[in-house]
Design a protein around this ligand. Structure first.
Ligand SMILES: Nc1ncnc2c1ncn2[C@@H]1O[C@H](COP(=O)(O)OP(=O)(O)OP(=O)(O)O)[C@@H](O)[C@H]1O
Length: 520
């Protein structure tokens, strides 16, 4: 099959010819659009603060076995050990390789956790800690408590590290204590907050009296209800409102966690809210910051926010996840991108995938066009109301929709193990003033990290259709010292062959429709 794309020759060709390149440079202006800060829990959406008791969100018995919203597959853990996964390297091998981020020399039993907590860990089928869990848990569990800044690659189990510390520290001995907030986790999106609630609940299954609640923007009906939970996970604006309105009592809080901490401290608005929340908490609270990325400009903030913290950090070059194969599709021009997207989806059978775009408008446009082509897609952006967002993400987690189109609002933290491909329809960039956008390596890393979770394999495909995109992508490549393979889109036979080879070499899980060899 050979499906040529419309005119113009490949981008790389144009780039190697300076004349053409200059001509192109004038044509391609940075797109304006919705910003990251606009998409995340913004002050306006946060006004509708209320509590979400995720107890009500249990799936119907007849539905496919879901990931509990947001917990990982309940009691399935990282099921890479199971033979159904046609991978050459088993999780056990990875966890025995000292150079792998999933490696550990210790067992969960050696970490000094209470038996009821260990039972939860074992029921999740976590057989051994990952490196970040093994290294940070002894530091987190120390008495007196110490602050911690922890960094490790996406999908390597940071959530369990901070959740285990929380479960270890809370006191559930009386009904009064069970209903009193003792640990607070802040996350940048409602979806991530709800996911973390799911993890706390699943891990704490064997802890009698554990009550966990999400504090995220919600419908007006629940507004004003007092939090009666030992563990609270929320977005910063909502939590700030609740503390101010005294619907959350913070006097007994012992632990504050910022997940995606660099993002939380760096973003205008979010950063202020986190600082205000912290100022209202007891002074001797343990502060724990986790992320896969801590860019240089945020490190100082982080150290001020968590004074005297123990630190586990990584070099840029060690941040990429080995199992994620990175390619870019060289599209003739901006208009050709959509055709390439549809042809690409026509060619491959992909488990679940996420398409990242820059603006809400692009998300809606692609959703409509792909739906018309018969694909089961949903889109989720900051433009939707909270309750709608819950329905959308749940339908993706359950596998009812196979393709999720979203903006940076879901770039971080979301853990859906079946995601075998991430598409960057727009190269991630950030506004730096003066009408300029520059490459955003951190967002790139977080986006592609939605696949390849805990030793799984996946493919990250970035669309490049102009010189500006290409330069930004090369900047990202340099930043991480990684290799991204260029794939032309003017010869689909060749594209099929190239992508097939790449997928095989990475053990990644996508099938070509007419000759499946790989399985995920
Ligand atoms: N010790 C373990 N053994 C097996 N599976 C694990 C273990 N720890 C975590 N996992 C699983 O690994 C997956 C990724 O974990 P998690 O979401 O905590 O990653 P993360 O490091 O927070 O990633 P991100 O940077 O993207 O937020 C989850 O599905 C989780 O259940």
């Amino acid at each position: 099959m050979s499906v040529p794309t419309s005119g113009g020759g490949s981008l790389a060709d144009r780039i190697s010819k300076p004349d053409t390149l200059n001509a192109q440079a004038e044509t391609f202006e940075p797109k304006s659009g919705t910003s990251w800060a606009d998409e995340v829990a913004s002050p306006s959406t946060e006004k509708q603060s209320a509590l979400v008791n995720t107890e009500e969100k249990k799936p119907e018995a007849s539905e496919p076995v879901p990931q509990v919203d947001g917990a990982t597959a309940p009691f399935g853990g990282s099921d890479l050990q199971e033979p159904e996964f046609d991978v050459e390297v088993k999780l056990a091998d990875m966890q025995a390789d000292p150079n792998n981020p999933l490696y550990s020399a210790a067992s969960f039993e050696q970490l000094g956790l209470h038996d009821n907590i260990l039972k939860g860990v074992m029921a999740m089928n976590f057989r051994k800690p990952s490196k970040v869990q093994e290294k940070t848990l002894p530091l987190l569990l120390m008495d007196p408590p110490h602050n911690l800044i922890g960094q490790s690659q996406s999908g390597t189990g940071k959530t369990a590290a901070f959740v285990l510390n929380i479960l270890h520290r809370i006191d559930l001995s009386t009904e009064q204590m069970q209903k009193t907030p003792q640990a607070l986790v802040l996350a940048p999106s409602r979806e991530l907050a709800r996911q973390i609630v799911g993890v706390v609940k699943v891990m704490g299954t064997y802890m009698p009296g554990l009550i966990t609640e999400a504090a995220v923007p919600q419908d007006a009906a629940a507004r004003g209800r007092k939090i009666e939970a030992s563990v609270v996970v929320g977005t910063p604006g909502t939590v700030m409102d609740m503390i101010r309105k005294r619907s959350m009592d913070v006097r007994a809080l012992k632990v504050l966690v910022l997940d995606e901490a660099d993002n939380m401290l760096d973003q205008q608005g979010l950063g202020d809210q986190c600082i205000r929340v912290k100022a209202m908490l007891p002074k001797n609270i343990q502060i724990v910051l986790f992320s896969a990325t801590f860019p240089d400009n945020v490190v100082k903030y982080a150290q001020n926010f968590a004074p005297g913290a123990n630190q586990m950090t990584l070099q840029h070059k060690d941040l990429t996840v080995e199992g994620i194969k990175q390619i870019y599709l060289d599209c003739a021009n901006d208009q050709a991108k959509y055709d390439v997207l549809v042809k690409f989806y026509g060619l491959m059978t992909i488990g679940s995938s996420i398409i990242f775009v820059k603006t809400r408008e692009t998300a809606t446009a692609i959703e409509q066009r792909m739906t018309a082509e018969g694909h089961k897609v949903v889109s989720l952006t900051g433009g939707y109301e909270g309750a709608q967002r819950d329905v959308i993400i749940d339908s993706f987690r359950m596998g009812h929709a196979k393709v999720l189109i979203t903006t940076n609002v879901l770039a971080r933290g979301i853990d859906v193990q079946s995601v075998s491909m991430v598409v960057n329809y727009d190269v991630p960039d950030k506004f730096v003033g003066g009408g300029r956008f520059v490459a955003d390596p951190q967002t790139y890393l977080h986006r592609i990290g939605r696949t390849g979770r805990f030793g799984r394999v996946g493919v990250a495909v970035t669309f490049v259709s102009n010189r500006g995109d290409w330069e930004k992508l090369m900047e990202i490549q340099r930043y991480f010292g990684t290799e991204m393979t260029k794939v032309a889109t003017d010869d689909w036979d060749e594209l099929e062959e190239t992508v097939s080879k790449i997928i095989k070499s990475s053990r990644a899980g996508a099938n070509f429709k007419d000759g499946a060899t790989m399985q995920m």
